[in-house]
Design a protein. Structure first.
Length: 384
């Protein structure tokens, strides 16, 4: 069975169960370079101001401070990290709210035909919930992007109160990604001298207790790494990133995505996409805008990341020219979509529906440039 056939088979269960191989980080010859994308050039902006390749269409799902169509629920401000979960014959898209105070997260439930069935709150009264990650047992980990912030385990189906998970460490949380093979949760930290962590639960599926570890390596951008226990996950009085000598520093950790032995994570301070090979315990660079031939990098403002069943990575821009770029298994990077007229915003929360036919994401501040102007979109089309 070839890689893409394997991906289609393993991704059928949805984002929370995604285990298909993207590319092997050990096989990376060099960071990705610009080239022609698999879907061709972007067309003119549609009625929603989004430029897409031929055959793709967009729709608005929700707007901040406006009632989600077909429900009585008003969508939250500053929509950020998100994920999709199977739900009966339909699915759910969850989205964080990056405001403080208030924060939290909301969910939209879709019917099998894509119509909205319901919208509701799944986390309240937290601070600056930025990114997070889905677990294999169907929960959403929502991280607070504040100093000594918490991770909250939330329940997309609704009806269950979110639970604070201090064992995952208190620091400026960004994204999380579950690795079921090694039974760990990877975590990124949004600091200019931040670290890359993994949490080993005492019992897989129960995040109430376990061991927090930090990646240890030299200053090189590729090579073998080790892990060391963080002595005090509470981070007080010494921040977690300062507790372990030799912990590798990353410039502004952002998105995080795991599939079949590799955890991909991004750093916005240097516009890089990293690949951690969990099998060989090595890190490599998958993309670095400073290493683009000719000096014209298509992807800047590197932020949230999600993988598709095709093996492609989709990377959202925080600023830049408001694009979501695709990085293919052939190490080609190219724009997949561009949002026009929203230069004071950022693209957040990319996530595929369980069947891989719909891509959800938000413009955090929309056309207004304010957190109250967020817009959440859906794109449909012939995703490979």
């Amino acid at each position: 069975m070839d890689r893409r056939t394997l991906l289609r088979a393993t991704a059928a269960g949805g984002a929370a169960a995604f285990t298909g191989s993207l590319w092997s980080s050990a096989a990376l010859a060099a960071p990705a370079q610009p080239g022609a994308g698999p879907y061709g050039p972007l067309g003119a902006a549609d009625g929603n101001g989004i430029q897409l390749p031929a055959g793709f269409t967009s729709r608005v799902v929700a707007r901040s401070r406006q009632v989600v169509a077909g429900t009585t629920y008003s969508w939250h401000d500053a929509p950020d990290g998100g994920a999709c979960f199977p739900a009966g014959t339909g699915w759910i898209y969850v989205s964080n709210s990056e405001i403080t105070p208030g924060g939290g997260a909301s969910a939209v439930r879709f019917n099998a035909d894509g119509t909205v069935a319901a919208a509701y709150r799944i986390l309240s009264d937290t601070n600056r919930n930025c990114a997070g990650g889905a677990t294999p047992w169907g929960t959403w980990l929502s991280g607070e992007e504040v100093s000594r912030g918490y991770v909250y385990e939330t329940y997309p189906q609704g009806g269950t109160t979110a639970v604070q998970r201090p064992a995952l460490g208190r620091f400026k949380h960004e994204a999380a990604a579950a690795d079921p093979a090694r039974q760990v949760i990877y975590l990124t930290e949004d600091e200019s001298s931040g670290c890359f962590y993994r949490f080993r639960p005492t019992v897989w599926g129960n995040l109430s207790a376990g061991t927090l570890e930090v990646l240890v390596a030299g200053t090189a951008t590729s090579g073998p790494v080790t892990w060391a226990r963080v002595p005090d996950p509470d981070g007080s009085p010494t921040y977690t990133r300062q507790q372990v000598s030799g912990a590798k520093k990353f410039n502004g950790g952002e998105g995080c995505w795991y599939a079949d032995g590799t955890c991909w994570f991004t750093t916005k301070g240097d516009n890089r996409v990293w690949a951690y090979d969990a099998v060989a315990q090595r890190i490599e660079l998958a993309y670095d805008d400073s290493l683009v031939a000719g000096g014209s990098a298509p992807l800047t403002g590197v932020d949230n990341i999600v993988g598709a069943r095709s093996g492609d990575l989709y990377v959202a821009e925080d600023g830049g020219n408001m694009e979501m770029n695709i990085i293919t298994p052939d190490e080609v990077v190219a724009p997949f979509l561009r949002i026009t007229g929203q230069s004071s915003s950022e693209i957040t929360g990319p996530a595929f529906s369980p069947d891989g036919t719909r891509l959800y994401f938000s413009s955090q501040r929309g056309t207004s440039g304010s957190s109250s102007g967020g817009i959440t979109y859906e794109v449909r089309g012939p995703f490979r």
